[in-house]
Each structure stands twice: as structure tokens, then as C-alpha cells.
Write a protein that binds this ligand. Sequence first.
Ligand SMILES: NC(=O)c1ccc[n+]([C@@H]2O[C@H](COP(=O)([O-])OP(=O)(O)OC[C@H]3O[C@@H](n4cnc5c(N)ncnc54)[C@H](OP(=O)(O)O)[C@@H]3O)[C@@H](O)[C@H]2O)c1
Length: 332
Amino acid sequence: MRKVKLGDLEVSAIGLGCMTMTDAYGPSDRDEAIATLRRAVELGVTLFDTANGYGRGENERLLGEVLAESGDAVTIATKFGFVAGADGPPTLDGHPDRVEDRCDESLDRLGTDCISLYYLHRPDPNVPIEDTVGAMARLVEKGKVRFLGLCEVAPETLRRANAVHPITAVQSEFSLWTRDAERGVLQACEELGVGFVPFSPLGRAMLTGTINDPSQVEGESDFRKTLPRFQGAHFDHNRALVTALESIADDHRVSAAQLSLAWVLAKADFIAPIPGTRRRTWLEQNVQAADITLSAGTVSDLDQLFDPTAVSGGRYGQSWMQSTDTAPDEQS
Ligand SMILES: NC(=O)c1ccc[n+]([C@@H]2O[C@H](COP(=O)([O-])OP(=O)(O)OC[C@H]3O[C@@H](n4cnc5c(N)ncnc54)[C@H](OP(=O)(O)O)[C@@H]3O)[C@@H](O)[C@H]2O)c1
């Protein structure tokens, strides 16, 4: 597998998002999830993405258990900063006094004494970013964390954070149908030498062409049913764009998922997307995208097909959108 540099951290050009292995998009099969993690290691994937909140800690435990056998050969990235709400969206907590406790809990669940890449899941609007990142930097000094990352930050927040301690990676939603990062964050990453890790690069499965009806995401434990883009008329409109994407993919003899990942990879050389899957078949297909090179013409055709004004509906509902640090004019 081809490698890329995120700051000073080298990882596989395609990582593995592990969130759905503990039920975020409907029930998961634990045995297949474990087999998927092991197959990913065999295929040369070295970046595995989790968070303290996924599966209420179960996701970190799963990765810790299965990936222990790979030791330092793999990077497990985890996150803190969301506090699960009893009902509705989580609240944010980036208070410096609590950062080390959250880290210790993750270290315990992962069964390790050092987290390779530790992200703030969302900046806490009530805590200056300098204070949260200052507390994260102390974890690096203590040897509990190697590299620091931030999720869903605006360029100015990244600059302020990076002035306190070098930031290795920014992780934000980025895909054909979520292009916000092209309006400032990618440029700031390049300027500062920070890597970029696109999450939901397959549009939470929409860009794979396998979602043909909103009823496919309406299960009880499927988070996607809360997202405007998957609902009603928005869905129908967006599905038509995906049909056009499938046609371009056919012309290139690749799948829509592979074409979507190749488009993301074509955007810069400091990018490592983390497509999520809990199935070996999808994983095997996705890692092949690291070797697909698109012509400038194809990238431009896809840019135009998925012009941000062409996509219908927000990527999050209002309360979740408010938890991002994205400037209002960057919201989609
Ligand atoms: N920082 C954040 O706030 C944040 C937010 C969301 C996600 N993330 C991270 O980003 C990772 C990826 O995002 P995501 O899982 O939301 O969305 P995604 O990667 O865009 O899409 C994942 C979905 O696509 C399906 N899929 C994957 N490969 C496929 C293929 N080749 N053909 C057909 N279907 C395919 C998966 O199915 P199966 O699961 O059934 O295999 C899953 O339903 C997560 O796992 C998580 O680690 C971070």
C-alpha cells in the first residue's frame, strides 16, 4: 500500500474508519468486524480510526484487542471531546482539567501506554482552543500521546492551535458531496505542513451507489436517518447525482466507491481518507483506490457534477452542525 505523510506521521494512503463496527449505521457483526480489521493489516492499512464515544467505548476496546498483535506497525487514532447526551446530540468538553482523564480512559480501553494520534473531536466553544491543545501537548510531554489532531476546525482555529503545539492532522468530513474543506482548511493544512484525514469520504455509503431508498438508513440504530441529505426530496435529488457518478465509474471500469476515493486522493498529497467499513469485501475494494490515478479532466468533471450548489440538504441536522467549528458560510 502506498504511504503518505501527515505532518511527521507516515500512514497508508487509505485508512480504515471503524465507527460502524459498533452499530453507528445499524447492527454490526462482531466476527466480520474482527476479520475486517485483520484483513486490513494484511493489505497494508496502517491507519485505524476510532473515538472514545463510538459504541460507548466498545469500539476502542475492539481495536485494542485485535490490533495489539500488530504493535507499532499500525497507528490507532482516537478522539475525545464529545460527551454523550441521554437524548439528542452530545455536548462538547475540551476543558483542560479533564483532558488527561479522558486520555487515561482511552489508554485503558485500547490496552496501550501511548496513543499514536489523539484528536479533539470538536473544539469546545466555551474553552479557548489554546487551553485544550495546551493540555493535549502535556500528554505528549508525558509520553501518553505521540501526535495531535483536531476535527472539524476552521482555518483560524487550526492556526491558533498549531501555534501552541504542532498539529499533525485535521480530520473533517470531505467527499464529493461535502466540499467545505476546499474553502480554506486544505489550504491552511498545506501552508502549515498539517495532514488532512477526510472522514465519511464515501458520503456515509451514499456515494457507493448502494443506497437506493431512504428506508435503507431508517433502522433504529442508524444515525444517517437524522441527516437531511438522506431524507425525502433531498435524497431523490442526490441519488440522481450518484447515478451520474456510477456512469462515470463504469466508463473507468471502477466502482463508484473507488472513484469517490480516487477523487479525494487526487486533491492533495497530504491526504489519507478513512473509508468506513465492517466488511472484508468493501475493504478490499476500497484499498485498491490508492492505485487509481484520475486525469485532470475526470477530476474536473466530478468537481462540476458535485458542485456544492448541486447537492441538496445539509450534511448534519442543525444541532449537530452547530457543534462544528466551520464558519457559517462554509456550512453545507
Ligand atoms: N471526526 C468525526 O467527527 C467523524 C464523523 C464520522 C465518521 N468519522 C470517521 O470516519 C470513518 C468513515 O466515515 P463513515 O463510516 O461515516 O462514512 P463513509 O466512510 O463515507 O461510508 C461508510 C459506509 O459506506 C459503506 N461502504 C464502505 N465501503 C463500501 C463499498 N466499497 N461499497 C459499498 N458500500 C461501502 C459502509 O458499509 P458497512 O459499514 O456496512 O461496511 C458504511 O455504511 C468512520 O468510521 C469514523 O472512523 C469521524
